[in-house]
Design a protein around this ligand. Sequence first.
Ligand SMILES: [Zn+2]
Length: 217
Amino acid sequence: MKPKSFSQASNHFEGDFTEAETICPSCGGKAKITQAHVDVAFFYEVLLVTVKCEKCNLKLSDVINMKFGKPVRFTLQVKDLKDLTSKVIRSATSTIRIPELNALLEPGPAAQPFITNVEGVLYRFLDAAQTLKNWSTTPQQAKKCQQAIQSIQMAIEGRMNFTIILEDPFGNGMIIPQNQEKIKIEELSEEEASKLKTGSYIILRPGKAREILRQED
Ligand SMILES: [Zn+2]
């Protein structure tokens, strides 16, 4: 089963979204900002925010956790098929790691926000490993990629225990487990948070001010 992509998931938010005018963080032109509530779990409030500029065609989207907003680390032990269905919300500033698979997803231009589950994250890593394999120039590289592909497939089939870690310096990304006993949620110290890569990002702040901050690396 292929997981829902971010854009497919966004179709579910119709009927509960607001639209307003804002100023494009890139060119200063007139832009539209839309905010939609995402129904994730009873004690979380998550907004999906999109900015579209009519002048320069800039398009940005991100997910915002309205209740948290502090540097955070989620660590989930994945031990069975049910754990694979735990929800993963990746914001533009989230880093996702699976140490047992040597898999790492860091913020950057190619890393889009998404809402999926653990299985969906594994499929993203699988796609990346397959692409790397296609690009490999030596038999050794191809062999290494093939080993990674096999490990990820084992994880997708529930034949391997692993740990998935999501860290976010702004507390926007999160993992919502099927089994609360298997997750550890820690607030990060300032020092830990400052070591996380954020890439070049734009912070979208919903609310009356519709403030948009731009931050370069
Ligand atoms: Zn613009």
